[in-house]
Design a protein around this ligand. Sequence first.
Ligand code: NAD
Length: 307
Amino acid sequence: MSNSTIDFKGRVAIVTGAGGGLGRQHALALAARGARVVVNDLGGARDGSGGSVSAAQAVVDEIEAAGGEAMANGASVTDFEAVQAMVKQAVDAWGRVDILVNNAGILRDKSFAKMELADFKLVVDVHLMGAVNCTKAVWALMNEQKYGRIVMTTSSSGLYGNFGQSNYGAAKLALVGLMQTLSIEGAKNDIRVNCLAPTAATRMTEGLMPQEVLDALKPEAVVPAMLVLAAENAPNRTILCAGAGTFEAAHITLTQGAWLGIGADTPEQLAARLAEVTSREGEIVPQSGSAQGSNEVGKAMANARKG
Ligand code: NAD
């Protein structure tokens, strides 16, 4: 048993796409631990069509019935002006926004050969631009507050790929890229940005997994990972995977590689030494993109000094 309780008293949280599935569980859990919660949901179908605020309102009713504080919001995360109005609604009522959980999402699965570009763009718009819009709308405020916790919802489909999900996977890994830079830019003002890669049985996974597997994957089992990423003691720049009570971290690693120089036969040398260049022994996680670049130049300099 841990001796420090994760507590959100005095904190204000926005959870997008919280009318059902994982978002609903996130909102209920944050409220149960003391946060005042904006329950955002467009209330559309799994493919993003339609919409109504009633899904969000039902979750607000649940939170209030349990003695918590919440408000419903029906903005689409793709509409920046509506998202700004949502943030203003939270600030007007509660004075601040401490936590943003970017959770809203849709699916338009098809093999890449059969996928219409419109379905690719729509999925990128909701997952990537939706999270960009919501994050942009709280960013200045969190910098002023010198406090913020932002959770991006990525996916194993983005991290590792899944058949039929090129649009979704591309959007989900883009969120990891967004997190990598924002975690660096936000650090000086105690804004911590992390990614959550959930696996849960929700309407999003209906028909994608056998029933017995779906039964093991309660959305509630993902919530502890979100709470840790939203907490005061949250890490920064972590990709936490969670499903069925199992928790893991994903890393974007870099191999030790080899310095081959710049010569006419470098392509042949690289082909011959590809196993060494891609060997995972001694791999690292660079602190930033420029740290990786410096690493490459550093190897060249060390070799120049040797030669
Ligand atoms: P879900 O369909 O139950 O929930 C998504 C919610 O987002 C819905 O309530 C929907 O109305 C809302 N939404 C959709 N478009 C919106 C928009 N434009 N603006 C505001 N709200 C919008 O699915 P879920 O499984 O609970 O998914 C939650 C998040 O977790 C998604 O980002 C999803 O990609 C991600 N995820 C889920 C799984 C999983 O196994 N369920 C795996 C990896 C990632």
